[in-house]
Ligand binder design. Structure first.
Ligand code: DLL
Length: 433
């Protein structure tokens, strides 16, 4: 049963054979959108390209990018490449303002994405005997449903817990012997804190083996912290609604990058300003093309996610390309006193300091001030003021070194800052500029 979702004929394919497969699929999908989606046909015409210009995989660069804005032309059904009767599912991805992006999937699309999830889970060592507590939000968000279908396909017992109600989450883990969890890293940090505070012993009272964490950026330090606190192996899981949700990229046990399933996606990393392709090792924007999506194929979709391609063979033997963990979205970056900062850089520093608890918040205010509120372990609030001051100085100095900007640091008790059950909102920008 489990064997079915390890697909050596695809996962271990030689690079040349994989490229051949990709080219075959790319030709088909380019022809399909040209013939069936007027918006794509127009775009291609404006760029002066036709499907016949695609003579090799590299020729994808002749074709125009698809951006978030394209999803709002002829909204919501404009990019469908199949009649509505073939479409069975809507997912949305909400931006901060305005209409949500509307993504449509056929039966085949749902099945294909579930298979990618099943393959990803098997890659991490999971089997049909595992019990997955799925604590992502069920609904329009892809996070829970897409993982749910994939885990069920593999034969896991899925507990559709949804997010929040942490006491109940822990109770479920204890009662049903949950072995795997799926949640955001920020929520996992919170759950780990509550487990610790309640005196529940990971490995004894709860028996988690793996945590699949994604939907938002997190640092290597956060991974280590969660692994230690919960006695689990953390696997980074990447995806976006436009590409079908989670399961686009997933870590293997080597845990040094995420394999992108290249039988389903064509991967490029480009300079976000010029659109020019970048070499492995250079950080740029991830651009993805769906190779087997039927209802709503997307060509050269600009994800806005920043990463780099990692070349070379992987210990696990899989040949599909790896990307480095996502540094952040181009939109997440903020500038303080002329310095570009990603929230994940701050998180990495904080999570490596002893005494720092699980939650923090970045507040930008005044003309260009940055205050970082940091929850620290309860034991620091025992009246010994010098200890707290020393910790505050250490945090400030480490952040100054990493960011080249000296922030104001405020230390607060655990439980003070807002808890995130889904994607965390780390930055509050109240600047007057
Ligand atoms: O977050 C899909 C997903 C659900 C992925 C559950 C993994 C687990 P969206 O709501 O459309 O879909 O948001 C997609 O979230 O472009 C990234 O900026 C960010 N993101 C997702 N996974 C990761 C990750 C889902 N592992 C956007 N690391 C993406 C960093 C991530 N960022």
């Amino acid at each position: 049963m489990v064997k079915r979702y390890f697909r050596p004929e695809i996962e271990l394919l030689s690079r040349d054979a994989l490229k051949e497969l990709q080219f075959k699929r790319l030709k088909k999908i380019i022809n399909k959108v040209y013939n069936l989606v007027p918006h794509y046909r127009e775009k291609f015409k404006r760029a002066g390209v036709k499907p016949s210009n695609l003579k090799s995989l590299e020729d994808i660069r002749l074709f125009p990018f698809t951006t978030r804005e394209d999803l709002f032309v002829d909204y919501p059904f404009g990019l469908l490449a199949e009649p509505l009767e073939k479409v069975v599912r809507l997912h949305t991805s909400s931006g901060t303002t305005g209409k949500p992006k509307a993504l449509f999937f056929s039966k085949e699309d749902i099945k294909a994405q579930a298979e990618l999830i099943a393959r990803s889970l098997v890659m991490s060592g999971a089997t049909a005997s595992d019990i997955l507590q799925n604590s992502m939000t069920y609904g329009l968000f892809t996070g829970a449903l897409v993982m749910h279908y994939g885990a069920e396909l593999l034969g896991m017992l899925v507990i559709p817990a949804g997010p929040g109600n942490t006491e109940r989450q822990i109770e479920l883990m204890q009662t049903f012997g949950t072995t795997c969890i799926h949640m955001t890293p920020s929520y996992a940090l919170y759950v780990a804190t509550i487990i610790q505070e309640r005196g529940i012993r990971p490995g004894i009272d709860i028996k988690l083996k793996r945590a699949y964490l994604g939907a938002e950026p997190y640092s290597e330090e956060t991974r280590r912290k969660i692994e230690t606190m919960l006695k689990v192996e953390v696997y980074n899981c990447y995806g976006l609604s436009e590409m079908g949700g989670p399961g686009v990229g997933f870590e293997c046990p080597a845990k040094d990058g995420l394999h992108i399933w290249e039988d389903a996606f064509l991967v490029e990393v480009v300079n976000p300003n010029t659109g020019e392709p970048l070499n492995p090792g250079e950080v740029g924007e991830l651009v993805l093309t769906t190779l087997n999506r039927t209802a709503m194929p997307l060509i050269r979709y600009r994800t806005k996610d920043l990463t780099t391609l990692l070349e070379g063979p992987c210990h696990c033997g899989r040949t599909h390309i790896k990307i480095a963990r996502i540094l952040g979205r181009a939109d997440d970056m903020f500038i303080v006193r002329g310095v570009n900062i990603f929230p994940q850089q701050i998180e990495g520093v904080l999570m490596s300091i002893k005494g720092v608890a699980q939650n923090y918040q970045i507040i930008l205010e005044g003309y260009d001030e940055m205050t970082i509120k940091v929850e620290i372990d309860r034991e620091f609030f025992d009246g010994r003021i010098e200890r707290i001051l020393k910790l505050r100085e250490e945090i400030t100095e480490r952040l100054r070194q990493a960011l080249q900007v000296r922030p104001k640091v405020e230390l607060v008790e655990p439980g003070t800052l807002p808890i995130s059950e889904g994607k965390a909102k780390r930055v509050i920008d109240k600047r007057v500029l």
